[in-house]
Design a protein around this ligand. Structure first.
Ligand code: DNO
Length: 358
């Protein structure tokens, strides 16, 4: 296991590479070119500049999160082939700087969503929260406005104001989308890109849908063990794999995350891991707690033990953290402050060391 840290890029992230380099045990970052719209081929100069900047700071570029998928591909619409070709071009260029793992998602229209970005906990820290009733009673536009207001200078990925302008049309395009059709569209994409991934030595890791429930009438299809199985079986190559996100999958009460790690990790199909905790407040609502087992509802020891038992050699990163020590808004995108994630990275490595030495 290699511990990494997500960094959104210069101008996109108030956290510096210098700060990340000082987190014990973290030698590389997970990053992206956030301004690249889905469907275009990323320019080689931009990719090379990203690599040079990160190397100059003494860090590796370990994983690209994300190369986003154009809606035409998800919908199986006319024009998907051209976007798939651009996707492959981007993969080829990323391979030139040594990238071995790409994280992406197949979430319809939106990326992840929460009701609250800065929910205050009793200790005075702020965190993200998902409250089902709140989401049921707000329109998508209302939520987008709330994010735009609350997230300060940073756009929430998947909720960019420019994207919100056409979001109704995008939502309508999903009317009548069936599960079988959606999986057929995924298969079409995978069958096109995976042979290239094999040639390039790139491992693709799909991120599960977050939250794992349907919101604003959109289907959520990659949320459970059975869905992950179905996804992997669409294309049996080892290069078609998962980003195992404990927080997204774990937001379904009762989900057995260690069992999923053992099953899919044991088959060599987990290529990247997001490891975080969350605390359920009732059957449907949760907030994102500090990483410690004692702070949330997930058993972080059991999760790390499962990764260890399947001899997980990929990259892992701490995931969303709380905003602590006065860093709210000034110091990080929602969920992506410096301090709580750094504590998470060190805590997870502590568990790992104890398991390895036992
Ligand atoms: C949220 C992230 C997601 C993730 C994408 C992967 O914090 O886990 O936005 O990066 O879904 O494509």
């Amino acid at each position: 296991m290699k511990m990494t840290f997500r960094w959104f890029g210069t101008g996109q992230d108030p956290i510096s590479l210098g700060e990340i380099r000082q987190i014990p045990g973290v030698g590389g970052v997970v990053t992206s070119l956030l301004d690249m719209p889905a469907g275009v081929a990323w320019p080689m100069e931009r990719i090379a500049a990203m690599k040079d900047e990160i190397s100059a700071a003494g860090l590796e570029v370990e994983v690209i999160e994300s190369v986003n998928i154009h809606e035409d591909i998800k919908l199986g619409a006319d024009g998907r082939d051209e976007k798939i070709e651009n996707y492959i071009l981007t993969m080829e260029r990323l391979a030139q700087i040594g990238i071995k793992c790409i994280c992406y998602n197949f979430m319809p229209v939106l990326d992840w969503a929460r009701s609250h970005l800065y929910y205050e906990l009793p200790d005075g820290s702020n965190t993200m929260k998902y409250e089902a009733e709140f989401i049921q009673n707000i329109s998508l536009e209302g939520l987008a406005q709330r994010y735009a207001k609350e997230a300060g200078d940073y756009e929430m990925p998947g909720w960019e104001p420019a994207r919100m302008k056409t979001v109704r049309t995008a939502l309508e395009a999903y009317e009548g989308m069936t599960e079988d059709k959606f999986y057929a569209n995924i298969k079409y994409f995978l069958d096109a890109i995976i042979p290239h991934a094999e040639k390039l030595g790139i491992y693709m890791g799909v991120h599960p849908d977050d939250p794992p429930v349907s919101i604003f009438g959109l289907p959520k299809l990659i949320i459970s063990r059975d869905n992950l199985r179905r996804f992997l079986d669409l294309n049996p190559s080892k290069h078609n794999g998962l980003t195992l996100c404990t927080g997204s999958l774990g937001a379904r009460k009762g989900a057995d995350i260690p069992a999923m790690i053992r099953e899919f990790g044991g088959e060599g199909r987990i290529h990247f891991a997001h490891v975080r905790n969350l605390r359920f407040e009732n059957e449907t609502d949760f907030y994102e707690s500090a990483h410690l087992t004692s702070c949330g509802s997930l058993d972080m020891y059991a999760i790390m033990k499962a990764f260890h038992d399947v001899d997980f050699k990929g990259c892992m990163r701490p995931d969303h953290g709380r905003m602590i020590w006065d860093e709210t808004k000034k110091k990080g995108r929602p969920g992506y402050g410096l301090y709580d994630r750094a504590l998470g990275a060190v805590y997870l490595q502590g568990i790992w060391e104890a398991i390895c030495r036992n």
